[in-house]
Design a protein around this ligand. Structure first.
Ligand code: NAD
Length: 310
């Protein structure tokens, strides 16, 4: 018997959808616009989002029958958690599903800011041979500073060790991933790292955390990676520091405004960008679909939860 109505607003992997369809009516309204979502949300007991849908206090107020919001992935900065909590709406996510995909993209950006591979490729496609301009640096023997040593930061630390890097990390709590990195203060991390990668969530404490003052504390010539969230790095300060050469290069998967359009930061020759593809692997999307489908059904059934955010 079909018991629940579940709304999908940002797409979901087929295997996850099939799990839901076995016990619920599932409406896939991928890419639905906010006004349309506001109009129909009261029909559903659960909704599953990725990062695009903004689950605002207004939306939750309109969602009269909503019991659960599922985030197919990790970051819940697009969900008004306070509003969900006060309406007794459970929020669950799939915290391990995208860890490896984001860690591997981080490594890819690390190699790319060290060796300027996109610039090399673009020059080849123009029929050029600019070998002398393409002298990079090695990762081996360098120091990597990881800000946020959680699941993704830990996976990056483990892989960076295998590359022969010295790995420092700063986190507000000490975690099991500590074995892969030496925990230090933020000041020490800034002063000693040749490469810095950011893996904290976006929240009131981390918004603008990597600002002009932080950049001035970093080692001159540092290379910066961010696959966490736009808004953590102050993008205009980053552009200024790239222009002055204090920051040698940046690899960015996430931006304060998405989609971005072509900004001066993106156009800068020492910036390598990807359009928020951290979790975009077949494997991560399949895991996220299955994990969140199972967790949302558990939440609707009142079963114990593995990944309750609130
Ligand atoms: P996690 O919760 O396992 O790790 C986050 C770590 O940051 C934790 O150890 C936490 O203690 C630490 N932290 C929080 N606030 C901090 C602060 N102010 N200073 C220092 N450390 C702080 O999360 P995760 O799975 O590693 O994911 C990290 C982030 O990556 C997510 O929040 C999400 O925004 C982002 N992400 C991006 C993509 C993408 O597509 N690019 C995909 C998945 C996740």
């Amino acid at each position: 018997m079909i018991a629940w109505k579940i709304l999908i607003t940002d797409g979901l992997n087929e295997s996850g959808k099939m799990i839901l369809q076995a016990s619920a009516q599932v409406d896939d309204c991928t890419d639905i616009q906010p006004a349309d979502l506001l109009r129909i949300v009261s029909r559903y007991e659960a909704m599953i989002v990725r990062g695009r849908t903004k689950v605002t206090a207004d939306l939750l107020e309109a969602a009269k029958h909503l019991k659960v919001v599922g985030r197919a992935g990790v970051g819940v900065d697009n969900i008004d958690l306070q509003a969900a909590y006060s309406r007794e709406i459970t929020v669950v996510n799939a915290p391990f599903s995208t860890t490896l995909a984001v860690a591997e993209l981080t490594l890819a950006l690390l190699f790319n800011v060290a060796r300027a591979i996109p610039k090399a490729d673009q020059s080849m496609k123009k029929g050029q041979w600019i070998k002398k301009q393409l002298e990079g640096v090695e990762l081996s023997g360098k120091t990597l500073g990881i800000i946020g040593l959680g699941n993704i930061g830990g996976a990056v630390a483990q892989r960076a060790q295998a590359l022969g890097m010295t790995v420092l990390a700063y986190d507000i709590i000490a975690l099991p991933s500590e074995e892969w990195a030496r925990l230090v203060s933020l000041e020490t991390l800034y002063a000693q790292s040749d490469f810095i990668t950011i893996h904290v969530p976006l929240n009131e404490h981390t918004r603008g955390m990597i600002n002009g003052a932080a950049m001035m504390s970093m080692k001159p010539g540092v290379r910066l990676i961010c696959t966490a969230r736009g808004g953590i790095i102050d993008e205009s300060a980053l552009l200024n520091n790239l222009k002055s050469g204090r920051i040698a290069a940046a690899g960015l998967d996430v931006f304060a405004q998405e989609p971005t359009g072509l900004t001066e930061l993106i156009a800068h020759p020492n910036v390598i960008t990807t359009p928020h593809i951290g979790a975009q692997t077949e494997e991560a999307q399949a895991r996220a679909g299955v994990d969140i489908a199972e967790e949302v059904l558990r939440a609707l059934s009142g079963e114990p939860l593995r990944w309750k955010v609130i």
